[in-house]
Design a protein around this ligand. Structure first.
Ligand SMILES: [Zn+2]
Length: 403
C-alpha cells in the first residue's frame, strides 16, 4: 500500500493515537455541542444570525436624481478629504495584527441582533479610551499590515455596516468627541431609497467632511454568492457610480453583505478596484490574513457584554495556513474543515455554530474538524481559539455560506 505525503502523515498520526488521546477527541467532540470546552467558551461562541438587515431594501426603486446642490457638496467634500480626524495618527509599532469591530445600529433596542444599547456603547467607549488601546482608521490598519509595517499593540479598527440613521445621530457624536476614526459600509440603494431609518447622502457627506471613511457594501445589500456573476458586477458598478456622483470618490474598502462571499464574488470585488474586503467571521486580522476576506468581531446586544468585548479587543491572531474548504461558500456539506497551525498552540479548541463536531489533531500542526451531518443552510461559523501569552486569546474564525 502506498500513501502520498498527506496520506502518510495521516496514517502515522492515527497509529500514534493512544486510547487516551482518542478519548480526548471524543470528549472535545461532545463539548462542541454544548460549547463548554474552555471556561470562556460560551462567551466566545458567535451568533449565526447577527446580520438580519431589512430585506425590503432589495425591492426599492432604482431611479435616482442627483441635484446641483449635491454636486456642489461633492466638490466641497473632495476639496477637504485631507482633514483632521482620520489623518492625525501615523501608525508605528511592532504588532502585526489588529482587531476590527463591526457595529450596525445604536440605541435601536427593537433590533437586538444588530443593535448595541447606549449603555453597552458607553462601556465599550470607556474601555477603548482607558489607555490600553489605539484606535486607528481601517485604511491605515490595512495599509500597515498589507505593506509590511507595524502597528501599536492592541490596535482597534471600528466599522459600521449599513448607514443607519442612528449612526449619524448617536454614534458619530461619540466617536467625534473621542477622536475615534471609523468606517461606514454603505449599500447605495439603502440611501437612494430615502428610508427614514437610514442616513441621507447629505448626512454621509457631512461625516466624510469630518473624516469618516466610507466603504462599499454593494448596491442592494444582496446575498452576493446567490447572484449570477454579471449581477454581482452590476451591483459593484452601479454602487461605484453612485458613490462617485454623491461623494466624488469610489471607496477602496468593501464589506460583503451578511459576510457572504465565494471565489467568484471575491474576484469581482478585487477586479472592481477594492483593496481590502471584510467578512463577518470573528478573529484578529494580521499581516498574513486574506485581505479580501478579513475578519471582524460582530457586536450586538447578545454579544456586546464587556467580558466578550474585552476578550476580543485583546485578542491576537491564531496564525494558520492551508485552510479547507478554501472557498467561502460550501460546495460540499458536511464541510471538511481543517487548517495547519503556523505556531505551536497545544490547547486549541474549536466551536462550530451548528452541528456536532469531532476534532482530530494530526501531529502537532494539523487540525481537522468533522461534522456528524450536514450543517444548516445560511451561514456556518467556526471559531478556533487558544489561550496564549499574557492570557490573551489567539483567535481564528471562519464563516462559510451554506447554499
Ligand atoms: Zn450590511
Amino acid at each position: 500500500m502506498t500513501f502520498d505525503a498527506k496520506g502518510h502523515a495521516l496514517a502515522t498520526a492515527s497509529t500514534r493515537m493512544t486510547s487516551m488521546s482518542m478519548l480526548r477527541s471524543v470528549v472535545v467532540g461532545i463539548s462542541f455541542a454544548v460549547g463548554l470546552t474552555f471556561g470562556a467558551g460560551h462567551v466566545l461562541a458567535q451568533s449565526a444570525d447577527d446580520q438580519t438587515t431589512n430585506s425590503s431594501a432589495e425591492s426599492v426603486p432604482t431611479e435616482t436624481v442627483t441635484t446641483d446642490q449635491a454636486n456642489a457638496d461633492v466638490n466641497d467634500a473632495a476639496a477637504t478629504t485631507t482633514n483632521d480626524a482620520m489623518t492625525a495618527k501615523t501608525p508605528t509599532g511592532d504588532a502585526k495584527s489588529a482587531v476590527v469591530f463591526m457595529y450596525h445600529r445604536f440605541g435601536e433596542n427593537d433590533y437586538p441582533s444588530t443593535n448595541i444599547t447606549t449603555e453597552q456603547f458607553d462601556a465599550q467607549i470607556k474601555e477603548l479610551t482607558n489607555g490600553n488601546y489605539t484606535v486607528l482608521g481601517v485604511p491605515e490598519i490595512v495599509a500597515a499590515l498589507q505593506g509590511g509595517g507595524g502597528l501599536p499593540d492592541r490596535t482597534i479598527g471600528i466599522t459600521i455596516d449599513d448607514a443607519y440613521r442612528s449612526v449619524y445621530e448617536l454614534a458619530w457624536p461619540v466617536f467625534r468627541k473621542n477622536n475615534m476614526p471609523f468606517t461606514v459600509f454603505v449599500s447605495s440603494e439603502q440611501i437612494d431609497a430615502g428610508y427614514s431609518n437610514y442616513m441621507t447622502w447629505d448626512m454621509v457627506r457631512e461625516m466624510v467632511r469630518d473624516g469618516a471613511t466610507i466603504g462599499g457594501h454593494s448596491q442592494h445589500h444582496s446575498h452576493l454568492p446567490d447572484l449570477p456573476i454579471d449581477e454581482v458586477k452590476a451591483e459593484l458598478d452601479h454602487s461605484a457610480e453612485r458613490f462617485k456622483e454623491e461623494l466624488g470618490f469610489v471607496p477602496e474598502i468593501f464589506a460583503y453583505p451578511y459576510g457572504e462571499a465565494n471565489d467568484d464574488v471575491i474576484k469581482a470585488v478585487t477586479d472592481a478596484g477594492y483593496k481590502a474586503a471584510f467578512g463577518q467571521q470573528s478573529g484578529a486580522m494580521s499581516d498574513e490574513s486574506d485581505f479580501m476576506y478579513l475578519p471582524r468581531f460582530a457586536l450586538n446586544e447578545h454579544y456586546g457584554a464587556m467580558e466578550r468585548f474585552s476578550l476580543a479587543a485583546n485578542s491576537l491572531p491564531l496564525r494558520v495556513s492551508d485552510v479547507t474548504p478554501g472557498d467561502y461558500t460550501l460546495t460540499r456539506n458536511p464541510p471538511a474543515f481543517g487548517f495547519t497551525l503556523k505556531e505551536p498552540a497545544p490547547n486549541v479548541s474549536c466551536y462550530p455554530s451548528d452541528g456536532q463536531a469531532t476534532m482530530s489533531r494530526l501531529g502537532d500542526e494539523r487540525i481537522e474538524i468533522r461534522m456528524d451531518g450536514p450543517v444548516a443552510s445560511g451561514r456556518w461559523r467556526i471559531n478556533c481559539t487558544a489561550l496564549g501569552a499574557q492570557s490573551r486569546w489567539q483567535w481564528f474564525g471562519m464563516l462559510y455560506t451554506v447554499p
